[in-house]
Ligand binder design. Structure first.
Ligand SMILES: Nc1ncnc2c1ncn2[C@@H]1O[C@H](COP(=O)(O)OP(=O)(O)OP(=O)(O)O)[C@@H](O)[C@H]1O
Ligand SMILES: [Mg+2]
Length: 229
């Protein structure tokens, strides 16, 4: 974080694909305060996922500057370390590993740390308990394929949180869910955002979901427009 309270600072960020033919980001300027909950909205193909991937250092930009949690992502060599220490990522289709149990899936981000099996298990259980499961003790042993979509997404949120991230990035976390389950997932995210003061950046195409954030930013043709489209 820098001295003006921005945990994310992006200036003139550009990213193109296909040897420059597709301009996914075309000069993005965006500042997000520490502890803010921001929704990113905009039409399909406008660059929302590309932007989120840049913030989480899953991909690198071509031009411009991007600083996240005090790290200059255009310069740092330790992108893996940055990602595992600072970022929790929730995907639209949860990306759980089908042949591992629920508990093992939540433990994955801790594997590269020097934590005992017992401590990993208790941290994973601590988060799963926050996720309002019924029959949790049974569910943790099951494979994610046995769970409903909303339950899988709650496992994915628990997994995103185990390493105490500074920032949660969520790309359409409720995109595959019905409206009741959507609200439950949102309430969980909002709860964590408030209790742990994590910064939450969420991509969504649903207006009523986006409006639950402190602020909506819209991406249009690879550029930011504050407020609704
Ligand atoms: N890996 C890639 N290779 C080539 N082109 C890509 C790649 N990723 C994204 N693009 C292109 O960049 C543009 C922005 O894509 P992006 O996935 O960021 O859009 P989006 O706003 O997330 O859309 P959606 O709402 O459909 O998820 C699109 O034209 C897309 O086709
Ligand atoms: Mg997308």
């Amino acid at each position: 974080m820098n001295n003006n309270g921005n945990i994310i600072e992006i200036h003139g960020l550009k990213k193109s694909y296909d040897k420059g033919k597709t301009k996914a980001l075309d000069g993005v300027n965006l500042e997000i305060q520490e502890g803010e909950f921001v929704s990113i909205m905009g039409p399909s193909g406008s660059g929302k996922s590309t932007l989120l991937n840049m913030i989480g250092a899953f991909d690198t930009a071509d031009e411009g500057s991007i600083s996240v949690a005090g790290i200059d992502l255009m310069k740092t060599k330790n992108l893996d370390q940055f990602r595992s220490e600072k970022i929790g990522f929730v995907f639209q289709l949860h990306n759980l590993i089908p042949n591992l149990s629920v508990l093992e899936n939540v433990e994955i981000p801790m594997l590269r740390k020097k934590i005992s099996t017992k401590d990993m298990e208790s941290r994973a259980m601590e988060l799963l308990e926050l996720m309002n499961f019924s029959d949790l003790s049974e569910k943790v042993k099951q494979k994610p394929t046995k769970l409903s979509g909303g339950e899988r997404q709650r496992v994915a949120i628990a997994r995103a949180l185990v390493n105490h991230p500074t920032i949660i990035l969520a790309d359409e976390p409720t995109g595959a869910l019905d409206s009741r389950t959507t609200q439950m997932i949102l309430d969980l995210l909002k709860d964590i955002h408030q209790k742990e003061n994590v910064t939450l950046v969420m991509v969504t195409h649903e207006q009523d979901v986006g409006e639950q954030a402190d602020r909506i930013v819209t991406v249009l043709d690879g550029k930011i427009k504050e407020g609704k489209a």
